[in-house]
Ligand binder design. Structure first.
Ligand code: ADP
Length: 539
C-alpha cells in the first residue's frame, strides 16, 4: 500500500502505520482508493486478489481493464456507472451488484460494491474509495433458494384435486392454487388480500377459522384433517376435509397453509345412506305397527266370533225348548190357547235371531261398501213413534218407562229403514243398559237440521270409553254382564255419517247416557239424480 492513503496520518509512528496496513489487509472486503485524477493510489490484499490491481489504465477504460460486467455476466459495465468513477464525481454509491472476470478471477465473481468520494478542504473531491466483496456464494444460495421456491410454487399451483391456500395471521389469503380456483369458483386475483368472510365462509365460520389459525400459531401443532362446510362462488355448498399448518417465513411472521380435499360427493352419498337408513327405520316401524294392527284385528275377529256364536246361541236355546213343547202339545192335540204363548215366545226368539243375522249382514255390507241409501221424504216424528211403539213391551218388561211427546211432523230426505235402524239401536241400548229407569226420547228441528235425543239413566260410560264405543266390535262392558256384538253404535255412526249428520254421546258412569243425532233435512247427496247414494265405510 502506498504512503498516499495515510498522508493525513503522516505524523503517526511507523509501527502504527504498519498496524493499520495489516488491519486493512486482513479484511474480507476489497478496498481500492483513487486520487482526484483517477489514478489508483492504494488497495488492500483482497482487492489485489479479486481485481488484480495495480492497473495502468485511464478511468474510462477501467471496466475493460478490470473485466467489470453487469450482473448478466455479459454486458460490459458502462464506464460512467463504475462505482469508483461515480464516487470521484462526488456521488455516494451503495450495494451495486456487478460481475468481475479477469486473469485473477477467470471463473468470474459477483461482487457487491459501495463507493464514496473522499472530500478535502471546502468539500472538494480529493479522491474516491470503493469497497466490494465477493457475493458469488450468497448469489448462488439466493438463486438456489429462488429455484426451490419457484419449484414449490409450481407444485402447489399445479397440484390437482388438493386445494392449497396460504393465509396470514389475520386469515387473509396470500395465495390460492388452481385446484382452489376450481373447487371454490373464485380466482386467485379475486381473493388475495381478502378474508374468507363472504367468500367461502360465513361470519361465524370465518371466526372459527381465525381462532384455529391463532391456536396453530400458539401451539405450533397442525390442525385437522377436519370437515368444513363452505360455499362456492355460485352459492352452492361444498364440503372439504381440511388440514391447516404453519410455516415460518424469512420475516419471522407466521404463514399458514391450508390443504382442502373435496368430500362433497362422499357427503352426498353419506346423506343418501343416512336418509335410506331413516326410511328403512320408518318402514320397519310401519311394518311392526301393521303387524301389531293385524294381530289386534285377528284377536278382535276371534273375540267377535266367540261373542257372535254366543249371541246366536242365546235365542236358539229357548226357541228349541218352545218348539219341543209345541211339538209335544200338537201331538197331544192341545188347544190353540194353550199353544199360543209358546208360539209367541218362539216368534220373538226367531225375530231376535233375524235381527242378529241382519246386523252381521250389515257389517259385511258396510265393510264392502255395498250398503245403498234409498232416499225418500220421511217424517222423522212418525218414524220414531213407530219404533217407540214397537219397543213398548220390551221396555215394560225391563221396567223402563218410555217418554216421547213430540207430535209435529219433521220431514226430511232420508233412508227410512236405515233411520229406523238408528233409532232402534239407540233405544235398544237405552233399555239394555238402563233397566229399571225411565228413558226420554226427544225430537227437535229447525229449517235445515233435525235432532234426535235418546236419554237413559242407566250404567253410563266411563269418559275413556266414550271415544271408542262407535268403533267396530268395541264394547265398554263385560260379556258376562251384558250380551252384544259391539256393532250397534258403529252401524249408527255409519248410517248417520252417510246422511251427512253427526252422532255423539254425553255420559257419566252410574248417571246414564244421552245420545244426540243431528241430521241435515234436505241435503243434496252426491249422485242423487242417478239414484240412491252408495254407502261407504268410515266417516
Ligand atoms: P253392544 O251393545 O252390542 O255391545 P253397541 O255398539 O251398541 O254394541 O255399543 C257399544 C258399547 O257401548 C256397548 O258395549 C256399551 O258398553 C256401550 N253403550 C252403548 N249404549 C249404551 C248406553 N245407552 N248406556 C251405557 N253404555 C252403552
Amino acid at each position: 500500500m502506498t504512503e498516499h492513503v495515510f498522508s493525513s496520518y503522516r505524523d503517526l509512528p511507523v509501527e502504527t502505520v504498519h498496524l493499520l496496513r495489516g488491519a486493512l489487509d486482513v479484511l474480507d472486503e476489497a478496498i481500492i482508493v483513487a486520487d482526484q485524477a483517477g489514478r489508483i493510489v492504494a488497495w488492500n490484499k483482497t482487492a489485489a486478489r479479486l481485481a488484480g490491481v495495480p492497473i495502468d489504465a485511464p478511468l474510462e477504460a477501467w471496466a475493460e481493464a478490470f473485466g467489470i460486467f453487469l450482473p448478466d455476466e455479459r454486458t460490459t459495465c458502462p464506464p460512467d456507472t463504475v462505482p469508483l468513477w461515480r464516487a470521484l464525481q462526488g456521488e455516494r454509491v451503495d450495494g451495486v451488484e456487478l460481475y468481475v472476470r479477469n486473469t485473477r478471477a477467470p471463473k468470474g465473481i459477483h461482487v457487491v460494491v459501495s463507493a464514496r468520494p473522499i472530500l478535502g478542504e471546502q468539500g472538494r473531491v480529493r479522491g474516491g474509495i470503493c469497497i466490494f466483496y465477493d457475493a458469488t456464494s450468497a448469489r448462488l444460495a439466493k438463486e438456489a433458494l429462488g429455484h426451490a421456491e419457484a419449484r414449490l410454487r409450481a407444485i402447489v399451483a399445479n397440484t390437482p384435486n388438493v386445494a392449497i391456500e396460504g393465509y396470514d395471521v389475520q386469515g387473509r389469503v396470500l395465495y390460492w392454487n388452481r385446484a382452489a380456483e376450481r373447487l371454490f369458483g373464485w380466482s386467485e386475483d379475486e381473493v388475495v388480500g381478502r378474508t374468507l368472510d363472504g367468500v367461502i365462509l360465513d361470519e361465524s365460520s370465518t371466526r372459527r377459522f381465525v381462532e384455529t389459525l391463532e391456536e396453530i400459531a400458539r401451539t405450533g401443532h397442525p390442525n385437522g384433517p377436519n370437515e368444513w362446510s363452505c360455499r362456492r362462488k355460485d352459492g352452492s355448498q361444498v364440503w372439504v376435509y381440511t388440514t391447516i399448518f404453519s410455516i415460518p417465513t424469512i420475516t419471522g411472521a407466521c404463514e399458514f397453509v391450508c390443504m382442502d380435499v373435496d368430500v362433497t360427493p362422499l357427503k352426498h352419498a353419506e346423506n343418501r345412506i343416512r336418509e335410506q337408513a331413516r326410511l328403512m327405520e320408518v318402514q320397519a316401524i310401519d311394518n311392526a305397527n301393521l303387524f301389531h294392527e293385524a294381530l289386534e284385528a285377528i284377536s278382535a275377529r276371534d273375540d267377535f266370533l266367540a261373542v257372535a256364536s254366543h249371541e246366536l246361541r242365546t235365542p236358539l236355546t229357548p226357541l228349541k225348548l218352545q218348539l219341543e213343547r209345541l211339538v209335544r202339545d200338537a201331538r197331544a192335540g192341545a188347544s190353540q190357547e194353550r199353544m199360543a204363548p209358546a208360539l209367541e215366545v218362539a216368534y220373538r226368539q226367531v225375530g231376535r235371531l233375524a235381527a242378529l243375522i241382519d246386523r252381521l249382514l250389515d257389517v259385511s255390507r258396510i265393510t264392502a261398501g255395498k250398503l245403498d241409501l234409498c232416499l225418500d221424504e220421511v217424517d222423522l216424528c212418525a218414524l220414531v213413534h213407530d219404533v217407540v211403539t214397537r219397543f213398548s213391551r220390551e221396555a215394560e218388561e225391563a221396567g223402563c218407562q218410555l217418554s216421547f211427546h213430540h207430535d209435529k211432523p219433521i220431514l226430511g230426505k232420508w233412508d227410512r229403514l236405515r233411520l229406523e235402524q238408528v233409532v232402534t239401536n239407540l233405544l235398544g241400548n237405552a233399555i239394555k243398559y238402563g233397566r229399571g229407569k225411565p228413558i226420554e226420547i226427544e225430537l227437535d228441528a229447525d229449517e235445515g237440521t233435525a235432532r234426535l235425543m235418546v236419554r237413559d239413566h242407566g250404567v253410563g260410560i266411563a269418559p275413556e270409553d266414550q271415544g271408542k264405543i262407535f268403533e267396530r266390535f268395541e264394547r265398554a262392558v263385560s260379556n258376562q254382564s251384558f250380551g252384544g256384538l259391539g256393532l250397534g253404535l258403529w252401524i249408527v255412526r255409519q248410517i248417520v255419517d252417510t246422511h251427512g249428520g253427526t252422532v255423539r254421546v254425553e255420559s257419566a258412569p252410574g248417571v246414564g247416557s244421552t245420545f244426540r243425532v243431528e241430521l241435515p233435512r234436505w241435503r243434496k247427496t252426491q249422485g242423487e239424480s242417478e239414484g240412491p247414494r252408495a254407502m261407504t265405510q268410515g266417516a
